[in-house]
Ligand binder design. Structure first.
Ligand code: FMN
Length: 268
């Protein structure tokens, strides 16, 4: 094991870092050189995500790996607007990301998995009545997202009302009503863990990486990438050799909390 505060390896070459060093070094990189990430490194990064925890071992996620400008252009066209590209200071650096890993998740796979014998007692599996299109979501408690008192995206009733940016996007496909019985949708929990593994694996490969959330263009992206019905787009991990003029997030001014700030020992 070597301390790897400033690795001198070529991009993509394995740096044998302690986990703690990888975690400390990982930060969002928003400017790339454009140099292609070798295929074996792409496979190694995704391979780390295959090791991510997954509820019920469902593994209901997938990535679409877009490599090189001709493929990544489809991602940018679907998820950004010409107006944003025109005014964003980050766009020149982001646009050079040679690898875009678009993370997808399938709620239906979790509904099916949790209908299997060992998980059926959870009551979270797909129910026969839920298979009928148009069934209303079951009534919920006030704290639960399915509570009708909370504003919803009418096209996707299990999600909170979307931001104005998302209103630019066509509606995403309506999911199975049984999705709304889940207090915590594991398909998004799993996808988050996948994203973390991708980010850490990219750092371990001496590459930069950045997660971009799903702001807009989900339906357009799913369509243009040929993603089957029922899959949701979660966000994308951009990966590549860091480029000049990185743009740190203004959010960093909020600072990083310490263990005692986030931990309530024994009781909140
Ligand atoms: C769910 C989620 C969505 C994010 N969306 C974006 C995004 O769309 N664009 C972006 O530049 N950074 C995005 N970030 C990165 C955060 O801004 C970043 O993680 C945070 O400011 C801490 O910085 P660090 O990751 O470099 O330590 C996102 C992070 C998460 C976890």
């Amino acid at each position: 094991m070597v301390a790897a505060e400033a690795p001198t390896t070529a991009p993509g070459e394995t740096v044998d870092m302690e986990l703690e060093n990888v975690i400390r070094r990982r930060r969002m990189v928003r400017s790339f050189s454009g140099r292609r990430v070798p295929d074996d490194v792409v496979r190694r990064i995704v391979g780390a995500a295959v090791r991510a925890p997954t509820a019920g071992n469902t593994d209901g996620w997938a990535v679409v790996a877009l490599q090189g400008p001709s493929e990544t252009a489809a991602f940018w066209d679907a998820t950004t607007t010409a107006e944003w590209r025109e005014r964003s200071q980050r766009w020149p650096g982001l646009s050079l990301a040679p690898l875009v890993l678009a993370v997808m998740t399938s709620p239906g796979r979790y509904l099916d998995r949790y209908a299997e014998a060992d998980k059926a007692p959870s009551g979270l599996g797909r129910t026969p009545s839920a298979e009928h299109a148009g069934d209303p979501a079951p009534p919920g408690d006030p704290a639960h997202p399915r509570d009708p008192a909370h504003p919803r995206d009418p096209a996707h009733p299990g999600t909170p009302a979307l931001s104005e940016a998302a209103s630019l996007a066509p509606a995403v496909p309506v999911g199975d009503p049984a999705e709304h019985a889940w207090p915590v949708p594991y398909w998004f929990v799993d996808a988050g863990q996948v994203v973390t593994h991708l980010l850490l694996a990219a750092t371990d490969a001496a590459l930069g990486a950045c997660f971009l959330g799903n702001f807009r263009g989900e339906t357009a992206l799913l369509t243009t990438l040929g993603v089957p019905d029922g899959w949701r787009y979660v966000g994308a991990v951009l990966v590549g050799e860091p480029g000049a003029g990185d743009h740190r997030s203004a959010s960093l001014a909020r600072g990083r909390r310490q263990v005692d700030d986030v931990t309530h020992f024994g009781r909140w």
